[in-house]
Write a protein that binds this ligand. Structure first.
Ligand SMILES: [Cu+2]
Length: 276
């Protein structure tokens, strides 16, 4: 009598758990396939490559996830307590080799697939004729510097850095090349133009991140890190600092403005006037 009741209880619990696992898996897969919470569309060719790679990785890990959860649901129900003696086996070399190899093939394979996209930003420089823009991160603002009409960045001196007097990057006014440099709190770029970023930090590690560019790069004190992109869709895109950099981290925010060449030329003129 006792035995029977425990068997019935075990079946109900095992069945509930198995059903829960299946439902949880189906709901999770739906959330991803329906793109309920998804990233904003990419605005660069490189961004689309990153998305393709993300899709491939998600597909493979998704298949593994579904198989593992369904397998678990099956095992939970099939091997529920029916009063039988528990059995086990110790080690199975064939299975060990199979799943280790499968994991290696998947990870290395995905890495090889991704290497093109990765190399494009990290190993290759900006294309010829790129517009250089220097980014200086500091607690808790972004400064963007343009070289101006002479195409040359002027000298900067750390001892001249003074945000309160309007010289956040320490431009040295005795250098003629620094006269026409523009420093702005937002970054404007012409559409379909290669942009070279020179990323630096004045204090701690920050991280320049624009979701639509699929680009995230740490700004590290003492380093000048080069990145590049070419945005194809005009619009305003949020820049967030993606590295916890202090108490004001949450408000370290700016905008990337991608605009037509004429609008950009006008923007530069306005900035020049404001910088006078
Ligand atoms: Cu920051």
């Amino acid at each position: 009598m006792l035995r029977r009741r425990s068997e019935v209880g075990s079946t109900t619990v095992a069945l509930s758990l198995a059903v829960f696992l299946v439902l949880m898996t189906v709901v999770t897969v739906y959330i991803f396939m329906a793109k309920v919470w998804w990233f904003p569309p990419a605005i660069t060719e490189f961004g689309h490559e990153i998305d393709d790679q993300f899709g491939r990785t998600l597909l493979i890990t998704g298949i593994v996830f579904v198989l593992a959860q369904f397998g678990l649901a099956y095992a939970v129900f099939k091997f529920r307590d029916q009063g039988q003696k528990a059995t086990y086996f110790e080690g199975n070399n064939t299975m060990e080799i199979v799943w280790t190899l499968a994991t290696v093939v998947l990870f290395v394979g995905l890495g090889l697939y991704a290497r093109n996209a990765w190399a494009q930003v990290h190993f290759q420089g900006a294309a010829e004729g790129a517009l250089p823009i220097e980014i200086t991160a500091q607690q808790f603002v972004w400064n963007f510097r343009y070289a101006g009409p002479d195409g040359k960045f002027g000298r900067e001196k750390p001892e001249l850095v003074s945000a309160s007097t309007g010289n956040p990057v320490g431009l040295d006014s005795t250098d003629p090349a620094s006269k026409d440099d523009i420093v702005a709190p937002v970054i404007a770029v012409p559409v379909n133009r290669e942009i070279e970023l020179i990323i630096r930090s004045q204090d701690v590690t920050h991280s320049f991140y624009v979701r639509e560019l699929r680009l995230k790069q740490d700004a590290v004190p003492g380093m000048e890190i080069h990145m590049h992109f070419n945005a194809a869709v005009p619009g305003n895109y949020e820049i967030a600092c993606a590295e916890l950099c202090g108490l004001g981290h949450y408000r370290m925010h700016s905008m990337l403005q991608v605009m037509a060449q004429e609008d950009f030329d006008k923007w530069v003129k306005d900035q020049e006037a404001a910088n006078q």
